[in-house]
Design a protein around this ligand. Structure first.
Ligand SMILES: C=C(O[C@@H]1C=C(C(=O)O)C=C[C@H]1O)C(=O)O
Length: 95
């Protein structure tokens, strides 16, 4: 539904951020768990899996009438941050 003013736009954004942060925290826990199953930095990066995730979220964007290019950009930035955290977790576990 269309917001009536900027305050309402921001209330909607804040409401969505509350849900997103919760979900991102949950995603971060699983990414951290993945580190235990990795054998080296290349397997932490897992570029083929990254491309599969990007293809999946682009398709989800299309299904939801959302711009796939925007979603891809967000996901590439997000996965880069998650992978950096996973690499740190991997190093804690292995060195
Ligand atoms: C969680 C994994 O590790 C990394 C993080 C990914 C992600 O955030 O989706 C995907 C691939 C890897 O770069 C995985 O290999 O599945």
């Amino acid at each position: 539904m269309k917001s009536k003013n900027l305050a309402e736009v921001r209330e909607n954004i804040d409401r969505i951020d509350r849900e997103l942060v919760k979900l991102l925290g949950e995603r971060a826990v699983f990414v951290g768990e993945a580190a235990a199953f990795k054998t080296d930095t290349a397997s932490v990066q897992a570029p083929q899996r990254v491309e599969a995730v990007i293809a999946k979220v682009r398709a989800l964007a299309e299904e939801n009438q959302t711009d796939p290019a925007l979603i891809e950009k967000i996901y590439r930035a997000m996965i880069s941050a998650f992978t950096e955290a996973e690499q740190a977790e991997f190093e804690t576990n292995n060195f």
